[in-house]
Design a protein around this ligand. Structure first.
Ligand code: SAH
Length: 215
């Protein structure tokens, strides 16, 4: 077998994302370069390139590739952006962001997920990611003034601490709405007010306050 041949499963996934309306070439390129099988358990490795959400540890999910691409596109990243991600989960979305931004700070409330994701970033040599265990609803106050913030868990309202840590003109993308369904919403900071735009319906696991007491 030719070691340099592209993995056809990734090629097909990228084609499916284009067909579903993802147009940003840098976003498609970042997903193409991110091996999703590294971010799922061996049990699901065979299904890693299906355009589907899959279960991960602690009752959480790795997002559907289309949703990862759509939210990444909505962030309008540049290579100079400092990004905060709330909800590290498997680490897949964070790995995609790390290829398009200067630095990504990511927070997870489950220790098991946080540790595993950090090992994956190390394995893939993604050196511009800083990961920590914590309550992402409080943001990352020491790094106040983010260019972009991405929330990857559903919430009725955007936590005020996150909006306050967005720099002037910065963008925050979050699934806003009740537990049974949310809208990906883009907030743009304009002084003390925020312009909001709804992008697409999604269904995420809930954003929950505090560090998880279970592992
Ligand atoms: N971005 C992830 C998606 C993970 S699902 C990926 O690509 O795999 C959402 C994650 O948000 C879960 O792991 C959940 O534990 C986490 N989460 C929920 N509330 C949180 C909070 N307050 N702070 C940090 N993480 C949180």
């Amino acid at each position: 077998m030719n070691q340099n041949a592209p993995d056809m499963r990734i090629v097909e996934l990228i084609m499916a994302l284009r067909a579903a309306g993802i147009v940003d070439k840098s976003v498609l390129g970042a997903l193409e370069r991110t091996p999703r099988e590294v971010f799922v358990t061996t049990e699901f490795a065979k299904r890693a390139y299906e355009n589907r959400a899959l279960p991960i540890a602690c009752g959480q999910t790795i997002s559907q590739p289309f949703v990862v691409a759509m939210m990444t596109e909505a962030l309008c990243l540049t290579p100079r952006c400092n990004v905060l991600e709330v909800g590290t989960g498997s680490g897949y979305q964070c790995a995609v962001l790390s290829l398009l931004a200067r630095r990504v700070y990511t927070i997870e409330r489950y220790r098991t997920l946080q540790k595993t994701a950090e090992e994956r970033f190390e394995h893939l040599r993604l050196r511009n990611i800083v990961a920590r265990l914590g309550d992402g609803m409080l943001g990352w106050p020491e790094q106040d003034g983010f260019d972009r913030i991405l929330v990857t868990a559903g919430t009725k309202e955007c936590p005020p601490a996150l909006l306050s840590q967005l720099r002037e003109g910065g963008l925050l993308v979050a699934p806003i709405g009740p537990p049974d369904g949310q809208f990906v919403t883009v907030f743009r900071r304009d002084g003390d007010s925020f312009h909001q735009r709804q992008v697409a319906p999604v269904r995420f696991v809930p954003l929950i306050a505090g560090i998880a007491s279970a592992l």
